[in-house]
Ligand binder design. Structure first.
Ligand code: 5RP
Length: 225
């Protein structure tokens, strides 16, 4: 099976976690896009969605699926999203698609986090994938110095084929930190969140996944944490 077929399989399996008549939180990225396409088939059974990025909101609306502003919503039954890495304890690195801050916000008000990922995302230790950190642009250099002091190699994310900084939906910039072997994801999340100028770090450990649907050659495996 190709990686896309594995992503499609977990996106399909995630439909079982959609709660009828409720608001569903929807993540960002290629796996989340497959999920949106599956959700479109049952769109009349849900009240609507909250999107974790402008791109996701556009894809949902393109399918005629209602998208609510989070401020209009009291609670979200389930949040369904991909990950760049996930451990067998449900801690994740996210933000490869630059949507980490909104993903974290939507996840924080969701009763359940269902991670959908192809098998390559399951790792023994987080950190092989460079850790994304969203920052206020004026704090970029100061935050980079502090991230370097943690032992990583921070690098400003740029627009494709350009040296200009990539700008997020929130007007922030992304620093990708390579070379971290993250032994204690909860502690590192707290530490990086404490750096002045950081908007959010792409470590999802304090609020990790409750369930991971993992696409493998032997079918979709369910990991519960
Ligand atoms: C976006 C994310 C994505 O969930 C993550 O990058 C995985 O993406 P994909 O499903 O394309 O592999 O965190 O900010």
């Amino acid at each position: 099976m190709t990686q896309d077929e594995l992503k499609q399989a977990v996106a399909r399996a995630a439909i079982d976690y959609v709660v009828e008549g409720e608001i569903i939180g929807v993540g960002t990225g290629s796996t989340a896009n497959f999920f949106i396409d599956e959700l479109a088939k049952i769109k009349d059974s849900i009240k609507g969605t909250v999107a974790s990025s402008e791109a996701t909101a556009a894809r949902l609306r393109g399918h005629g699926i209602p998208v609510f502003d989070l401020n209009e919503v009291d609670s979200i039954a389930v949040y369904i999203d991909g990950a760049d890495e996930i451990t067998d304890e449900g801690a994740m690195i996210k933000g490869g698609g630059a949507a980490l801050t909104r993903e974290k916000i939507v996840a924080s008000v969701s009763k359940q986090f269902v991670c959908i990922a192809d098998g390559s995302k399951l790792v023994p230790t987080l950190g092989n994938f460079p850790l994304p950190v969203e920052v206020i642009p004026m704090a970029r250099a100061a935050v980079i110095r502090q991230l370097a002091a943690l032992g990583g190699q921070p690098r400003l994310r740029t627009k494709p084929d350009s040296t200009d900084a990539f700008i997020t939906d929130n007007g922030g910039e992304i620093i990708d930190v390579a070379g971290l072997a993250i032994a204690d994801p909860v502690a590192l999340e707290t530490q990086i969140n404490g750096i002045v100028g950081v908007i959010a770090v792409g470590l999802f450990a304090q609020r990790g996944a409750n369930v991971c649907l993992l696409g493998t050659a032997d079918g979709v495996k369910t990991l519960a944490f």
